[in-house]
Design a protein around this ligand. Structure first.
Ligand code: ATP
Length: 359
């Protein structure tokens, strides 16, 4: 089912938890709501679930306006952070529960519950109680129970946050597999950017109740629309250098030096030469330029750390610390000065007054 949020706003007294959100979620896709604590993810999910009614705006499920539709009439399935399984019921009975409420005949309900249990691969645990299951198994039961009525939208509220690191990896792959097998439109709340990157067709990144960017995860990483997006995505984080722009709109004046760097494209919108700008470069988009005649940023190497196949270089330009992930084939030593160049098309330039990416 296609989901549309049009100018959706949610206010509690004097707090605007969600501020004019505009998003269209295509049928059958998995979208993550991502952002720091308090950005409005759960409030958005609760509006989708029908637990809150938006203060303003329209929410459409398919062609149907659902602002005032009760949760039980929305054809949604939901999995909460703590799974909310019934402790006194067996796995089978837990999965059958929504069908029992809907007065589906027992035989049919059991058949459908068994089918769901097979889908989430817990058909060998049907007689156990929730307390006799691992965290990952409980999660599977919760997913089966959310899907058993064949909803048109699945809502997942930080479903992996109670699992240890290894299980989290396993379960996020499982959620993606199950989602694709069923083909259900799914909205997944998380504050973990790596989780959102790995599982989603598209990510909605939020801050202070406002949508910052809605894109496929790789686009969000490669083409951040503003500085917040650029800083939120990526680990180690993007490097930022305070710079000024020359009159030709292509030459950058670097901090603490008179050094300049030539951008490989012109800025998109006009900025005057007094504007405070931040040059943004991801650590892996630097490389060491050994040809002294070519463009580069001359830095002092503070430390070199081996990380797997690559070297992580800690460097300094005046007061600014930089991190660069570079090939270990080029030998560099602490205290040495090296020239870092930026891969073509990989430079970002943010206007500090509003954070917009100018490239
Ligand atoms: P977290 O990751 O910590 O769960 P979140 O992104 O899900 O955060 P929300 O829970 O949606 O954020 O909260 C968004 C803002 O709205 C916060 O400032 C929060 O304090 C406020 N808020 C949420 N629910 C209510 C409420 N019922 N009454 C008043 N303020 C609320």
């Amino acid at each position: 089912m296609k989901i549309q949020l049009r100018d959706i706003t949610m206010r509690f007294d004097n707090v605007t938890a969600v501020d004019r959100l505009n998003v269209t979620i295509e049928e059958g896709t998995l979208v993550s709501l991502l952002g720091p604590s308090g950005c409005g993810k759960s409030t958005t999910l609760f509006m989708l679930a029908g637990l809150y009614q938006p203060t303003e705006g329209e929410l459409y499920f398919g062609e149907r306006l659902v602002n005032k539709v009760e949760p039980e009439n929305r054809e949604i399935g939901m999995v909460f952070q703590n799974y909310a399984l019934y402790p006194h019921l067996t796995v089978l009975k837990n999965i059958m529960f929504p069908l029992k409420m809907a007065k589906v005949p027992k035989k049919e309900a059991e058949e459908r519950a068994r089918e769901m249990a097979a889908l989430v691969q817990i058909d060998h645990l049907l007689d156990r109680k929730p307390s006799q299951l691992s965290g990952g198994q409980q999660q599977r039961v919760a997913i089966a129970r959310a899907l058993v009525k064949k909803p048109k939208l699945l809502l997942l509220d930080e479903p992996l946050s109670n699992l240890d690191a290894r299980l989290r990896l396993e379960m996020r792959e499982e959620i993606r597999r199950i989602q694709q097998e069923v083909g259900i439109t799914t909205i997944f709340v998380t504050h973990d950017q790596e989780e959102a990157m790995s599982i989603s067709d598209k990510v909605l990144l939020m801050k202070d109740g406002k949508g910052q960017q809605f894109s496929p995860p790789q686009d969000m990483y490669d083409y951040p629309e503003n500085q917040f997006v650029a800083q939120f995505m990526g680990n180690p984080p993007i490097n930022l250098l305070s710079v000024k722009l020359g009159n030709d709109l292509q030459t950058i004046v670097l901090p603490d030096t008179e050094d300049t760097y030539q951008l490989d494209s012109l800025v998109k919108s006009y900025v005057d030469s007094n504007s405070k700008l931040e040059l943004g470069v991801r650590p892996e988009d630097f490389y060491i330029e050994s040809d002294l005649a070519k463009a580069g940023i001359t830095v002092e190497v503070m430390m070199v750390e081996r990380i797997g196949r690559d070297n992580l270089l800690y460097a300094r330009l005046g007061q600014t610390n930089l991190r660069a992930i570079v090939s270990p084939d080029v030998k560099v030593n602490q205290g040495e000065r090296v020239k870092l160049a930026i891969r073509p098309g990989r430079t970002h330039l943010f206007d500090r007054s509003n954070g917009q990416n100018l490239l």
